[in-house]
Design a protein around this ligand. Sequence first.
Ligand code: OAD
Length: 251
Amino acid sequence: MSTLIPDALIASLKTSQALVVLTGAGVSAESGIPTFRDAMEGLWAKYDPAQLATPEAFERDPETVTRWYDWRREKCAVAKPNPAHLALAELQRAVEKEGRSFTLITQNVDRLHQAAGSRSVIELHGTLWVWRCIRCCQEREERQVPFAQYPPKCACGGNLRPGVIWFGESLPEEALNKTYQALEECDLFFAIGTSAVVQPAASFLHVARQHNAKTVEINVASTPVSRLVDWSILGHAGETLPELVRRAYAA
Ligand code: OAD
């Protein structure tokens, strides 16, 4: 796929004082991580995501729900950051070195941004690597793959659930506060590899526009916001982002 990155976008990237980047499943696709909907395959094809990603589903059938999450954890455990993750980490270092602000907000639960070197990542939908006891609410990092039992147990005997946001649950308040503050202050906003339909992330681009930020979308396909952005780049994140960073920062 050929990508055309306009010079005006590169100029804007070089002068922006406050950048906000929102990423979605498309950024991890090139690391081999199935998107939420693609993860309903094979053994899991007969399930609806809403049957597996809700508090009610976990209450009804914790074993099936935790087995599905463990299957996804296994895929994430072997995945490596791809050139899109690495380019975003490089961009953050370059921007912050110049004293400008950079905020990375992700809907992804795989922690590949952090593995690539991104710092202070806002995890809107939580992560598969932290689990929380439904009895005592203690959280702990759970890197063992696969689990020895389903669901895994807390020291207090309660069931552990994944530290992700399920359908019907509110997003973490601290993450949302930081996000809206960054959106109100930003002058350049990127939506990368996200279908722009899942709320509230879908509204972030509108908030940024209301505060006069320039907006950019990078996606392999058109989305509901493609017509609204200043620059819509049709292409793979793993090709487009390294190119963008190279053009902005190569000597
Ligand atoms: P989606 O699976 O809805 O959308 C992925 C987007 O990435 C699509 O628009 C694809 O066209 C695009 N895409 C795929 N490969 C790409 C590539 N190599 N480069 C660029 N773009 C690519 O994922 P999200 O928008 O992240 O919610 O979905 C958000 C949330 O919906 C998920 O976090 C999950 C799900 O329901 C919860 O779990 C609460």
